[in-house]
Write a new protein. Structure first.
Length: 278
């Protein structure tokens, strides 16, 4: 069992350390006036082990932000959930994970539209990542602005229809940190998209536990870790992806199954004797 450290930003001792190999990327698409377009925001950290990312995306004049979606995001803990701040004219966020981010990860997706033709520039700013090294060492991310071309002859984007979500594998990790959930063990998970988007997650502890709906993390009821944890991503079209974290102490779960089997066998034997009794 791996124990992960998630360092809250307010508690970090930040050490500046530029990393030119790490970057934040915005992907743009051409759209027509009034059509909703999507801008996925991703981060590439290479071999760096980082567990917190923060920053903002400046929104140009003339752009109306329809929504900011975290569907498919690799981040599961949100000290500051990504949202459009009208006063700053920017989408701002701070997010993290137990453990470390994959080398390439989706952070969130901005959906917006413009009423008038033109070229609009979306500029990332103040982006930084923080290493999972126990110190929260700061890593500067390279930032590149992206331009969105709004033109009458652009291919229709489908208006307000929900765009396809990239397919992804369901990933789950067991973590524990004194600053989270009163120091209790918890499971975090992300991914599981089949291309339509995840509707919700379902978590079940052991074979006898009650299945519950969870929102990308779940605090274990069995803090002794004697039960396996089953996680299922339920997609919007009803399809599913599942994964299981094995019990750290499987003998507990096996003993429970053995006791249940012995009790059942004794009950059945008693029933047989009762039926055969003259």
């Amino acid at each position: 069992m791996k124990t992960f450290r998630f360092i809250p930003l307010l508690a970090l001792s930040l050490i500046a350390s530029p990393l030119y190999a790490a970057s934040v990327t915005l992907t743009a698409e051409r759209a027509r006036p009034g059509d909703t377009f999507s801008i996925p925001v991703t981060v590439d950290v290479g071999a760096e082990k980082v567990n917190v990312v923060e920053g903002l995306i400046a929104i140009p004049e003339g752009i109306i932000v329809d929504s900011v979606s975290t569907a498919g995001s690799a981040l599961v803990l949100w000290p500051r959930h990504p949202a459009y701040v009208v006063a700053d004219k920017a989408v701002e966020f701070t997010g993290g994970v137990p453990g470390s981010l994959p080398s390439h990860a989706l952070l969130f997706t901005i959906r917006a539209h413009a009423e008038h033709p033109g070229t609009y520039t979306f500029s990332p700013s103040e982006f930084a990542a923080y290493r999972n090294d126990g110190k929260g060492t700061r890593v500067t991310l390279a930032e590149t602005a992206v331009m969105v071309d709004i033109a009458e002859d652009a291919k229709p984007t489908g208006g307000a229809a929900t765009p396809p979500v990239a397919k992804s594998t369901l990933v789950a990790d067991l973590g524990r940190d004194a600053s989270l959930f009163d120091g209790k063990y918890f499971v975090s998970f992300y991914g599981g998209d089949n291309g339509r988007g995840v509707d919700h997650y379902v978590v079940q502890e052991g074979w006898w536990g009650r299945a519950v709906v969870a929102d990308r993390y779940y605090v274990l009821k069995d803090q002794g870790q004697g039960s396996s944890v089953h996680i299922t991503a339920v997609n919007t079209d009803g399809s599913i992806q599942s994964t299981t974290l094995p019990a750290a102490h499987p003998w507990t779960e096996r003993l429970t199954l053995l006791v249940a089997f012995v009790v059942l066998a004794a009950f059945l034997a008693g029933m047989v004797r009762f039926i055969r009794k003259p």
